[in-house]
Design a protein around this ligand. Structure first.
Ligand code: SF4
Ligand code: SF4
Length: 114
């Protein structure tokens, strides 16, 4: 990632549409269940699945691989979306990510590491 550059999300929803796990921490499970006004047991049963490595939970997918919480191009849990969602593409990304993500680079005025 280029230093001093922040990539501003354009809400294209591409990252919500491609298949892939969205791992959940216990804190995120509690936070999302609370937001949806569900008890944790019901949320886990209805909206999560076991990760392939059996190391925890992931959000369920729609047929075709999009995240279950994608509604059109909107996230139904935007206010409490998991850290993995919030962190892309600035905190993490993958080779070739800019071919799939419409985030726009902005130069940051104040760099904390200067
Ligand atoms: S693919 Fe990039 S621009 Fe599109 S919603 Fe995800 S982070 Fe935002
Ligand atoms: S939780 Fe929201 S932001 Fe994260 S993948 Fe699902 S729809 Fe996208």
């Amino acid at each position: 990632m280029e230093r001093g550059v922040f990539y501003r999300c354009q809400r294209c929803s591409n990252c919500c549409q491609w298949p892939g796990e969205v791992p959940l921490t216990d804190r995120e499970v509690n936070r999302i269940a609370d937001f949806l006004e569900m008890n944790v047991y019901d949320f886990v049963a209805k909206h999560t699945a076991l990760r392939l490595n059996r190391g925890g939970l992931t959000l369920r997918e729609q047929r075709g691989g999009a995240c279950e919480f994608l509604d059109g191009i909107d996230c139904r849990i935007q206010e409490v979306k998991p850290d993995q969602c919030a962190g892309f593409p600035n905190q993490w990304n993958f080779p070739g990510w800019q071919e799939k993500c419409e985030a726009v680079p902005e130069r940051m005025d104040h760099r904390v590491d200067d």
